[in-house]
Design a protein around this ligand. Structure first.
Ligand SMILES: Cc1cc2nc3c(=O)[nH]c(=O)nc-3n(C[C@H](O)[C@H](O)[C@H](O)COP(=O)(O)OP(=O)(O)OC[C@H]3O[C@@H](n4cnc5c(N)ncnc54)[C@H](O)[C@@H]3O)c2cc1C
Ligand SMILES: NC(=O)c1ccc[n+]([C@@H]2O[C@H](COP(=O)([O-])OP(=O)(O)OC[C@H]3O[C@@H](n4cnc5c(N)ncnc54)[C@H](OP(=O)(O)O)[C@@H]3O)[C@@H](O)[C@H]2O)c1
Length: 272
């Protein structure tokens, strides 16, 4: 037998729909991001989510919804994740290392997609916590800048360190060879904290209602004729920000009926 034959045997994938972890970055003790191989057949629209997970102790896949944080042109897939101390999935997922395998069901779905919005001049990406994940994809998608003259990314977290993933992403984007020129002058990043001193503070709802964000960025208040919005955060955040958007005259859209704004849950539940 040829001595090299054993090396030529492809690695046996042990999990169903297995993908290999290529990179893991821990941002805080509650947040991490990771990259995995992308199934060749997987096509998705920026802003969509898929089911990913690990094999549970009972031998059945333990899957959760995750927004794809990478743009659709990326060769790999990126995810940005919470670490819930007793969470069935993330208590284990937080320990993955490059070379490990995760399960990824290649069926992307979701409402935070360009097709669900009517054409407009300016699009608002409104996110709390890990809700920035779908916008990490949309902010890196050339279609966003082809469709809109201005993109405003409002991201609010409790503390400064929780903003870091988004901050670095925006910084790298502006210097990116592929998309940097498209982004320049169009992307306005407006991060705020609510529980730690920072140049810009306050909830997204408050900064929209009192007009502070419009003053700070030097733009007109939201107008349904020109402004579109995509929302991703906790149930409470989504509910409150929807009321604010409706107050400006924007109406909720869907894939089947595009309108002025769309919403997706960043997670389901009461709290950690
Ligand atoms: C459409 C959709 C997209 C999602 N995309 C992401 C994503 O990109 N990144 C991500 O980290 N999670 C995302 N989630 C949440 C994710 O599906 C899981 O809930 C999360 O991975 C925790 O799994 P778990 O099994 O450890 O705990 P679970 O039993 O699922 O959750 C336990 C509790 O932790 C809290 N929690 C769960 N997820 C979060 C979160 N992201 N931020 C703050 N608190 C949370 C909730 O209070 C929940 O009740 C998404 C959920 C939905 C519905
Ligand atoms: N164990 C820990 O160390 C720890 C640390 C942080 C969070 N947690 C828990 O983890 C869960 C998720 O935390 P998270 O920080 O990712 O999400 P979160 O509690 O939803 O907060 C994220 C950001 O959204 C803001 N926000 C919350 N509700 C809002 C609303 N209705 N309208 C507008 N803005 C709103 C928060 O502002 P405010 O600060 O004003 O609420 C915060 O800046 C929470 O249940 C929390 O109790 C645990």
């Amino acid at each position: 037998m040829n001595e090299n034959a054993v090396n030529e045997i492809p690695k046996v994938k042990t999990l169903p729909d297995a993908q290999t972890v290529t990179e893991v970055t821990h941002w805080t003790d509650r947040l991490f991001s990771f990259r995995v191989s992308r199934p060749q057949s997987l096509r998705f629209r920026s802003g969509e989510f898929v089911m990913i997970g690990l094999m549970g102790d009972n031998g059945k896949p333990l899957l959760r919804a995750y927004s794809i944080a990478s743009p659709n042109w990326d060769e790999e897939l990126e995810f940005y994740s919470i670490k819930v101390p007793d969470g069935p999935l993330t208590s284990k997922l937080q320990h993955i290392q490059p070379g490990d395998e995760i399960i990824l069901r290649p069926k992307p779905v979701g409402t935070l997609v360009h097709d669900a919005l009517l054409p407009g001049k300016r699009v608002w990406f409104l996110a709390t916590g890990t809700g920035i994940a779908p916008f990490a994809s949309l902010m890196r998608d050339p279609e966003t800048y082809e469709k809109f003259d201005e993109v405003v990314m409002m991201h609010t977290c409790r503390t400064i360190e929780e903003l870091e993933y988004g901050r670095q992403l925006v910084e790298n984007l502006v210097n990116d060879e592929l998309i940097g020129e498209m982004v320049e002058g169009k992307l306005k990043y407006y991060p705020t904290t609510t529980r730690e001193e920072f140049p810009h503070m306050g909830r997204i709802t408050t900064n929209l209602e009192n007009g502070k964000v419009f003053d700070d960025l030097g733009i007109e208040p939201m107008d349904p004729a020109t402004d579109r919005a995509m929302v991703c955060g906790s149930l409470a955040f989504n509910k409150d920000v929807m009321a604010v958007l409706e107050g400006f005259g924007l109406r909720e859209g869907a894939n089947s009926e595009p309108r002025e704004y769309v919403v997706e849950k960043a997670f389901v539940g009461e709290g950690i």
